[in-house]
Design a protein around this ligand. Structure first.
Ligand code: HMG
Ligand code: MG
Length: 309
C-alpha cells in the first residue's frame, strides 16, 4: 500500500511529556514550550489535562496554561477529560477537542482512573454527549493496547471491543496507545488492522512510547496499513505516572525526520522542533531523548563552529 501524502501529528509534549515530571514545571515554562511548538507549525496541541490534581499534580495549572495559550485559526487545542468535572474545566477554557481515555485492560483502568472499563465508559458517556452538543471534537485514547504493566498480554479482541464502545460514544478519532512501549511491528499492524474493521482507518491514530526502542518502527508499521495520524512528544518526553518504568513517547523530531524522509508532508518545521526539543530538555535538566533532535543539534553546532573558525 502507498504511504499517505500527509500525516497529522498531535504534539502531546506539554501533556503526556510533562505529566510525569516529579518536580513542578512552572506554568511559564509550559507556556514557552507551547509557544515554541506553535512557532514550529504544530496545528494539533495536546496542551494539558483536567484530571484530579491529587492524581497528577503536574497538570494542576491546566486552566492557567489555557488562559494564556496563544490561539489561532486552524489550531486544535486538546485536553484530557476523564469525567464531567474535567469536561466543565475544559469547556470553560475554550478548548477545541477533549480526550476521553480508557484502557484495554481492567487492571490499568483501575490504576489510572480508579474504575472498571465498563464504569469508565459510563463516565465518558455524558462527557461525549456534552462535547458533541457543544461542537467540541471528541477523541478517545485506548491505553495498554499492546501490553499492560499489571496484566501482561492484552488480547486484540479487548482493544477492538473498546474501539466499538468509543465509536458508539460518537468519537471523531480513536487513538490506540502502546503505553509501555512493548509492541513490535507485526503485532501493531494486526491490532490496527483489526480496529479498522470497526472504525475508519483515517480516524484512527497511533500513540507510541519508546521504552523498547520500537516506536519509530511501529509508526512505520502503521503507515503501511494506512494510518495517517500520530501523537508524538517533543524531545521524547513523557510517561504515565500509572505505568512505572515506561519511558517517553516517540519523539516528534524522530517521527518528522522519518516522515519527511519518506516525502510525507507534516506541515512542521523540523529545525524549529529541534530548537524546542533542545530548549525544554535544558529546562528540565536532562539529555534530549530524541535521536534525530540530538543529532541535528550536534550537526548544527559543528557547522556554527566551522563557520566561526
Ligand atoms: P477518583 O478519586 O475516583 O475521583 O479519581 P472522585 O470522583 O472520587 O473525586 C475525588 C477528588 O478528585 C474530588 O476532590 C474531586 O473533586 C476531584 P475532593 O473532593 O477530594 O477535594 N476530581 C477532580 N479534580 C479535577 N479535575 C477532575 C476531577 N475529577 C475528580 N477531572 C479520576 C478518578 C478519574 C478523577 C482520577 O483517577 C484521575 O484524575 N485520573 C487521571 C490519571 C491520569 O491523568 N493519567 C495520565 C493520563 S492517561 C495517559 O497518560 C495515557 C495516554 O497517554 C495514552 C497512553 O499512552 O496509554 C492518554
Ligand atoms: Mg501516553
Amino acid at each position: 500500500m502507498a504511504f499517505p501524502k500527509v500525516v497529522h501529528i498531535t504534539e502531546v509534549g506539554p501533556r503526556d511529556g510533562l505529566q510525569n515530571e516529579q518536580q513542578p514545571v512552572p506554568t511559564e515554562v509550559k507556556l514557552e514550550l507551547c509557544r515554541q511548538l506553535l512557532a514550529a507549525g504544530v496545528a494539533n496541541l495536546e496542551a494539558t489535562s483536567f484530571v484530579s490534581p491529587k492524581w497528577v499534580p503536574q497538570m494542576a495549572d491546566a486552566a492557567q496554561v489555557l488562559a494564556q495559550l496563544p490561539r489561532r485559526a486552524g489550531l486544535t487545542i486538546s485536553v484530557l477529560t476523564p469525567n464531567m468535572k474535567g469536561f466543565e474545566g475544559a469547556l470553560a477554557s475554550g478548548v477545541d477537542e477533549v480526550v476521553i481515555f480508557g484502557a484495554a485492560s481492567e487492571a490499568f483502568s483501575m490504576r489510572n482512573t480508579n474504575c472498571s472499563v465498563a464504569e469508565s465508559i459510563e463516565r465518558f458517556r455524558p462527557v461525549a454527549q456534552a462535547a458533541l452538543t457543544n461542537g467540541i471534537r471528541l477523541r478517545a485514547a485506548i491505553s495498554v493496547a499492546l501490553g499492560c504493566p499489571y496484566q501482561g498480554e492484552v488480547s486484540i479482541e479487548s482493544v477492538v471491543d473498546l474501539v466499538r464502545r468509543m465509536r458508539d460514544l460518537g468519537c471523531h478519532e480513536i487513538g490506540i496507545a502502546d503505553t509501555i512501549g512493548v509492541g513490535t511491528a507485526g503485532r501493531v499492524k494486526a491490532v490496527f488492522e483489526a480496529a479498522a474493521h470497526e472504525f475508519p482507518i483515517a480516524q484512527i491514530s497511533g500513540h507510541f512510547h519508546d521504552t523498547y526502542g520500537q516506536a519509530v518502527a511501529n509508526v512505520l508499521a502503521c503507515l503501511e496499513v494506512g494510518v495517517n495520524r500520530f501523537d508524538s512528544s517533543i524531545a521524547g518526553l513523557g510517561g504515565c505516572p500509572y505505568a512505572k518504568g515506561a519511558t517517553g513517547n516517540v519523539a516528534t523530531e524522530d517521527v518528522v525526520y522519518l516522515l519527511h524522509g519518506l516525502g510525507i508532508d507534516t506541515g512542521l518545521d523540523l529545525d524549529r522542533l529541534v530548537e524546542a526539543g533542545q530548549w525544554i530538555s535544558a529546562q528540565l535538566g536532562r539529555k534530549n531523548a530524541s535521536r534525530a533532535g540530538s543529532a541535528l543539534a550536534t550537526r548544527r553546532a559543528a557547522q556554527a563552529d566551522a563557520a566561526g573558525a
